[in-house]
Design a protein around this ligand. Structure first.
Ligand SMILES: [Zn+2]
Ligand SMILES: [Zn+2]
Length: 341
């Protein structure tokens, strides 16, 4: 089969490789659509500390089952499926306390999607593979994993009806936050450094957009329009850099929530004014990854058309045009690319 093989940073090649074997607990699916994602971008530019190359690049996909392991129940060839990229064990210290994204034995796989076929390993088949409802396209369904992370982030933000919410960063993840926050909040403020992304944020429900590229004090600009200068009820960081993390904390009102969602490079630190945490009771939260419950909710939102690939996919290419796919992956002009093997 054709596959985009990751050999190292900035070295991904289209190759002919064997179709993966599936064991008794696994499933083989034909990839119908794969999507690029910020994690792929990071991996392409820097490599990944956890995974030894070579492996098939890409991890967001939706497909059709072609082969089912002998021990798998309730899955049949021809079934349309989508799978998240991880599975919690369900038995460890954290899983039994309901914090499955903190699972001590989290099974994680960030590969396999940019190919004609993908093997879905047993932990994913058991915990995080879902049948795509009738009428939902493969392209929409493939959004389930990133959206499940955002659903998790929304649930942990405590947004109440009528709140003022600020979202810093209007990439694919930030835009999903905009869409979901706008369903609850009275006022959604979005900041980014690119006008094209802010236009899209408006289309997805942002009330106020602020291009912070030329602004000296983004915190003051946001606070001015949030609760008459008091600051936002909830501020969400969807960039993944220490400076916006710090700004996000300073954008919330007394007692408000700062949800620091974007993962920063390991080893980085931030500075927080202790008065904000003590006298102003600002609540600082980090939110990581997804849980099987948020995967189910994400697919529900996709089925209802709340979040669609139309909103987030800005290009579509066959796998054969890998060079172009990789060029778009590193370009900030593009949000997500739909890859058709
Ligand atoms: Zn992803
Ligand atoms: Zn666990």
């Amino acid at each position: 089969m054709k596959a985009a093989m990751f050999h190292g940073h900035e070295d991904v090649r289209l190759e002919e490789v064997d179709v993966p074997q599936v064991g008794p607990g696994g499933v083989l699916a034909r990839v119908e659509v794969a999507l690029t994602c910020g994690t792929d971008r990071k991996m392409y530019l820097r490599g990944h500390p956890l995974f030894e190359p070579p492996f098939v690049f890409g991890h967001e996909f939706a497909g059709t089952v072609v082969e089912v392991g002998s021990e798998v129940e309730n899955v049949k060839p021809g079934m349309r499926v989508v799978a998240a990229n991880s599975a919690p064990c369900g038995r460890c210290f954290y899983c039994v306390r309901g914090a499955q994204s903190m699972c001590e034995n989290l099974y994680l796989r960030l590969s396999g999607a940019f190919a004609e076929y993908i093997d879905i390993p047993p932990p994913l088949v058991q915990k995080n593979m879902l049948e795509i409802p009738e009428g939902v396209s493969f392209r929409d369904a493939a959004l389930v994993e990133p959206l499940a992370c955002v659903v998790h982030g929304i649930e942990r933000s405590g947004i109440r009806l009528g709140d003022t919410v600020v979202i810093n960063g209007a990439g694919p993840i930030g835009l999903m936050f905009v869409r979901l926050a706008s369903l609850r909040a009275a006022c959604v403020i979005v900041t980014d450094v690119r006008d094209d992304r802010l236009v899209r944020a408006k289309q997805l429900g942002a009330d106020v957009t602020i291009n912070v590229s030329s602004i000296e004090d983004p915190v003051a600009a946001v606070r001015e329009v949030a609760n008459d200068g008091r600051g936002a009820d909830v501020a969400i960081e969807a960039v993944g850099l220490p400076a916006p993390w710090q700004n996000t904390i300073r954008m919330v009102r007394k007692g408000g929530v700062a949800n620091l969602f974007g993962g920063c490079a390991s080893g980085t630190t931030i500075t927080v004014d202790t008065a904000l945490v003590h006298y102003s009771e600002v609540q600082i939260r980090g939110v990581f990854h997804l849980t099987p419950k948020t995967v189910v909710r994400a697919l529900g939102l996709i089925s209802e058309g709340v979040v669609t690939s139309e909103q987030l996919v800005t290009s579509e290419l066959p796998l054969d045009r890998l060079d172009e796919i990789l060029r778009l992956l590193v370009s900030h002009d593009n949000l997500k690319t739909a890859v058709r093997p």
